[in-house]
Design a protein around this ligand. Sequence first.
Ligand code: TEU
Ligand code: CA
Length: 543
Amino acid sequence: MEKNEWWKSAVGYQIYLKSFFDSNNDGVGDIAGITNKLDYIKNLGVDFIWISPFFDSPMDDNGYDVRDYKSIYSEYGTMEDFKNLVDRAHSMGLKVIVDMVINHTSSENNWFVKSVARATGFDDFYYWKDPKFDENGKILPPNNWQSFFGGSAWEYNSEREQFYLRLFSKSMPDINYNSRVAIKQIQDVMEFWMNLSVDGFRMDAISHIGKVESFKDGKVNHTYKMFSNLDNAHEFLTDILSIVKNKNIVTMGELGGCPTIYDQLKFSDSKRNELNMVFEFSHLNRFNKKTGKPDYKAIINSLKNKEKLISMGGWSTLFWTNHDYQRLVSMYGNNKALSKSASAFATAMYLLKGTPIIYQGEELAMTGYPFKNENEFEDVNAKMLIKLASTESEKKKVFESLKNTSRDNARTIMQWNGSVYAGFSEHKPWFLVNPNYHSLNVAVEQTEEHSALNEYRKIITLRKENSDAFCFGDCTFKRAPRGVCRYIRRSGKTEYDVIVNLTDEVKKYLLPVGAIVYTNYGEVIRGELSPFEAIVLKRQILI
Ligand code: TEU
Ligand code: CA
């Protein structure tokens, strides 16, 4: 490992700052709120934080719609606050990664305003296309591409009398990186943040920056293939990232649109000048269609593929969920066994080779929100899906599905303690507080030996104290009963046998020999695995 590859043995923590901690009691999380909580983060065993976007924004998509990349959204604080955060984090040995949203901007961004007006250099800064017309002269979008948030991916602009492409909300136009001006502007933005001593960038929706440039129709229900993981995305990215070359900057890229392992390799191959590591989502929302239970085989397979990517020369982040998914324990775990199921899943993921990233509140086993009606949703994506449902029964169906899958499940207020508003603020927060905060919060979990919080700490400590095996050693998956994830991490003559029952059922299992170095049950029965039981054994091998 090269010295500057610090991220290969690091653990990350993702902060969705709007919901994290409110330092000035206005009901909105802020940058100074992160600074206040750095001790808590550091105590988890974390080495870097990734903060969701805090740039000036009209907040159509909670900041993923950037109006001005060089200033801070006023409710989140000031540039001084950000400098303080970076200084304080660095003094504690924590690195800071910012979320670079470069696939699109807000339609209120000055670049877009200039592009609408066809200002010199900005005419082709976004994807503009002439409309099609039906037989009655009605304006139609240029092709059938669908937005990730529902509906057509094209929006008509009456000033330019053209459509612009927007893969996300209608106020988030996609940047066209065939434009040299666009490349230069984004590089300038990245340079700006590097000058403020940030340690890296999380590149949002990066697999979508290239589009099929014939702009022909895509296959119905699969039009995302026309703008996902294409060759030109790699060309654009290489160009853009030439700015970070030979600098000690880490880049992590979000790969949506079902990237194959070869796509992932192309993005993260250490021999190419693209990303240091990738996020991919194949382990999420995998359910057995018949039983409705998690599809354990698919989930474990996805973990195997993350290791395969590394063995091929790429690098994986290791994460269960983020701000775009249902909470881990509500997706795959069990309400009646929150800390057990959280620690089981954490063991299976975070002892693999790769870079673990924990999403805020996951370490507490925070759950999804018990939504009761459609007005409770804040997310632009959820609102769009509700709007698109035309009949009452369709609306009901959409609501039922959003209850379980809405991104809002992950965005409720971080649960710090049992006082009003979960200790997040003294002011009514901008979004919902999960009613379970009275018993599920940091303060309570600090004091309970087997809380999710303390189990997460133990797992991270195990990983870091034995980094030769867990960060750098080999990884071999082993056969195990259905729903049990088992792999061996080895370095030299020491090996660790990681055995996790991901299911809520008892599994007959003869435990291999070895010293128990981790158990989330406290006591181990040799002939079986209890529901969500996680065990790590250590052995010396004689060769
Ligand atoms: O998400 C990206 C995203 O939703 C797609 O790339 C996704 O991969 C797709 O569902 C296909 O698999 C990021 C942010 O994480 C999210 O919060 C933002 O809303 C979105 O980009 C737009 O910036
Ligand atoms: Ca605030």
